[in-house]
Design a protein around this ligand. Sequence first.
Ligand code: CTP
Ligand code: MG
Length: 228
Amino acid sequence: MQKVTAIILAAGKGTRMKMECPKQFYLVEDKPLLYYSLAAFEESEVDDIVLVTNREYIDYCKEEIIEKNGLKKVHSIVEGGTERYWSVCNGLQACVETKYVLIHDSARPCIQKEQIDYFIKEVKQFGACSFGVPVKDTIKIVDDNQLGIETPTRSRLWQIQTPQGFLYDDLILAYDKMKKDERKDITDDTMILEEYLCKKTKIIMGDYRNIKATTPEDIRVLQFFLKN
Ligand code: CTP
Ligand code: MG
């Protein structure tokens, strides 16, 4: 069995976006941002979807996003946690007998069906993958006084995106090991696989348009991409 489950993360608060609602519910072209990722995964070859969201938005997601748009692949909507990785953890618990799991940030609404289908093929080949793009700017590591202390070689730096895909059993095992530590510095799942299973992730060339809504200036760019 080669079943693929997508976990769509929509349980953040969007503090850096400074909106009244969490950014995943901000309306672009009359649809909440979350809708765009759900629709792309619905059309893709993934077998089913677990949606992770804030408790107070569970009914809204069910009625206004899933039912209203006739989405059929979401089989569970679960509550998120205080950190992104706790939200992933809750999503993993809700998966039903799956072989591969794709984790996607709903704050990246520009993901396309074709990209997801290509990504699934790569995950089946490599077992652990993430979309990413080469960094365009020079990156500096700074000290506590904001002084640059190191300049990593740019040609080796990639900006990591989602989806990220793994063998379900690997990710569950890595999370089980991680749960004992109360970590604050984990920003994605490839880090967990590296640190707790010593496994490498294949970085797949993604698309610069797959941006993450993070700060207010991202919204105009997203509106442009989503309209086109
Ligand atoms: N996320 C989540 N659960 C959390 C934190 C984040 O499901 N506890 C999700 C967000 O909804 C988002 C994705 O993870 O789709 C990426 O996180 P990020 O961009 O950091 O979103 P927020 O945490 O909502 O934003 P901020 O860090 O500015 O508060
Ligand atoms: Mg966050």
